[in-house]
Write a protein that binds this ligand. Structure first.
Ligand code: ATP
Ligand code: MG
Length: 548
């Protein structure tokens, strides 16, 4: 698979191998199963799996499932599917919840060392006592409980003697530390909730800041790659590893998050879009989730390449979504068969073409990849063209069809518009044209030139199809916190049309990808397509202003 260009994380790994600090690289991708993966996660996946691969190391897929209220097996399954689809294989499938016994023991060790205590302050009080960036915190009145009392209370917490939220276990570090994370952080909380993996065995659950370093150490992770907001937690990460006397000492390394223009990325917000039915599920093709992008038609290659081309740095970065679109065009350019589809059909009758005659025209499947061969497309007296390719009163420089004008039908003949047929309301329902048999495509006709080439589908054999065209789901980003992001949802993010495709498309299968002449790249929708109803999702249009 593709290699990473140099980046600071790779440099650290090289140095650690050269110095003998490690003889192999072990990484992990640690999602919390509280939602579906999104394109931001792809960055972390590519870094963790990709870097370990480069050094013949190992990568675990680890579910960071320490919060039973938000987690679900539906999410576990979708995450596994998405990681595989992106092209990565984990060495071990791990669950943080499998280490609850070990974590409990380490917490007891901290208590025995006088480094942890049970606190009766409630969440609000703990926050109040914590102090601010400019003021030191205050010590809890329960901070100096004896080791025996703490051991007893912690065990009783585990045994379910207290209500959710009634007590917590805290590390005893330094309430005056300039790093607020070190002001006696909470290590365990009580939550009488059923866990997707451990059921009702536990009613106390470790906090992320305590659990994560232990998970890494237990698995022998050498480089624990995480996003930049955890930088201030690194001293606590190291404190936990050291004071819990873990044998393996992983190194936490932070990098900047990947964000995209016109995209919300946090799972909380994506879940809100799903729950409030703004979109049709986590895999709605407008969603930046891996499953949504797969359904839209993005390929794993294009996502990997995109992610690799975004810098690995210490700063969060917002990347233009057009860069992602650029890479899927690049990937599909040689792979996707070309075809013609009419999204908004207008009937055209070619009056001088013999009635009842059908001819089969040759067309290349992909002119940029001649090895893909040719296809046959029927042509006859009645065809559909795109409504947008005709104007009754065209402006200057309109080169498509208008009364009296001649255009080329792609792969076929020149036609000239002779008459416009309207219904009683004045709506255009049909064009009557003539064709010139001399102008057949591929015969080397040079008699005269036309400026416009338009696409079409023969009417009698046309296959009805639904086309779904997308615009960005989110209109703009702004830091206007007053405005809920739901107010920025684009009301026109989905447009549905019913048109026609070439007859040979009848055979196509879910996830087949095509380039429709002039319309862009499309994917056969895997959910709503049936034997007699084809649905095409537009992945991207053809043109982009984006330059690498
Ligand atoms: P979100 O805020 O979207 O819910 P998260 O960080 O809470 O994301 P996790 O399930 O904890 O989600 O993420 C798993 C891994 O993916 C973490 O190591 C996290 O840092 C990384 N990750 C999440 N979002 C991004 C992003 N936008 N860019 C890069 N890495 C990300
Ligand atoms: Mg999270």
């Amino acid at each position: 698979m593709e290699n990473h260009t140099s980046n600071f994380i790779k440099d650290i790994m090289i140095k650690d191998l050269e110095s003998g600090k490690h003889d192999t690289i072990v990484t992990r991708f640690p999602p919390e199963p509280n939602g579906y993966l999104h394109i931001g996660h792809a960055k972390s996946i590519v870094l963790n799996f990709g870097l370990a691969d480069e050094f013949n190391g190992k990568t675990n897929l680890r579910f960071d499932d320490t919060n039973p209220l938000k987690e679900d097996v539906e999410y576990v399954n979708s995450i596994k599917e998405d990681v595989k689809w992106l092209g990565f294989e984990w060495d071990n499938l791990c669950f943080a919840s499998n280490y609850f016994d070990e974590m409990y023991k380490r917490a007891v060790l901290l208590i025995k060392k006088g480094l942890a205590y049970v606190d009766d302050l409630n969440a609000d009080e703990i926050r109040e006592y914590r102090g601010t960036l400019t003021e030191p915190g205050k010590e809890s009145p329960y901070r100096n409980r004896s080791i025996e009392e703490n051991l007893d209370l912690f065990e009783r917490m585990k045994n379910g003697e207290f209500a959710s939220g009634e007590k917590v276990l805290r590390a005893k570090i330094d309430m005056a530390s300039p790093n607020i994370n070190l002001r006696d952080p909470v290590l365990y909380r009580i939550s009488h909730a059923t866990h997707h993996n451990t059921g009702d065995k536990w009613c106390i659950y470790p906090m992320y800041a305590f659990a994560h370093p232990l998970e890494d150490a237990i698995e022998g992770v050498t480089h624990s790659i995480c996003t930049i907001e955890f930088e201030d937690q690194r001293p606590l990460y190291n404190w936990v590893i050291e004071q819990c006397e873990m044998e393996n000492v992983p190194q936490q390394i932070e990098f900047g998050r990947l964000n995209l223009t016109n995209t919300v990325m946090s799972k909380r917000k994506l879940k809100q879009l799903v729950d409030e039915k703004v979109v049709d599920g986590w895999d709605d093709p407008r969603m930046p989730t891996i499953s949504g992008m797969r359904r839209r038609g993005f390929t794993p290659e294009s996502i990997r390449t995109f992610v690799r081309e975004t810098a690995v740095s210490k700063n969060n970065a917002t990347v233009d979504v057009e860069m992602l679109e650029h890479f899927v065009r690049e990937d599909l350019k040689l792979k996707a068969p070309r075809t013609m589809g009419v999204i908004r059909p207008l009937k055209v009758v070619i009056t001088n073409y013999p009635e009842g005659q059908i001819e089969l025209l040759d067309a290349e499947i992909n002119p940029e990849n001649p090895e893909m061969g040719t296809r046959k497309i029927p042509f006859s007296r009645e065809i559909y063209i795109e409504q947008d390719d005709f104007m009754e009163n065209p402006p200057k420089k309109y080169f498509r069809l208008f009364p009296g004008n001649e255009v080329r039908l792609k792969h076929a003949y020149f036609i000239k518009c002779e008459e416009v047929v309207k219904d009683a309301n004045g709506k255009i329902i049909e064009l009557r044209c003539t064709y010139d048999p001399e102008t057949k495509s591929g015969t080397g006709f040079t008699g005269r030139k036309v400026k416009g080439t338009i696409h079409w589908v023969e009417a009698a054999h046309a296959v009805p199809a639904e086309f779904r065209l997308y615009e960005p789901l989110i209109l703009e980003e702004s830091d206007d916190e007053e405005k809920s992001f739901l107010d920025k949802v684009n009301p026109n993010s989905l447009a549905v049309y019913h048109g026609f495709v070439e007859p040979n498309m009848k055979e196509c299968q879910p996830h087949d990808k095509f380039q429709f002449f002039r319309h862009g790249y499309f994917n056969v929708d895997p959910k709503d397509t049936t034997a007699d109803h084809l649905v095409f999702n537009r992945i991207v249009s053809l043109k982009s202003s984006f330059k690498l």
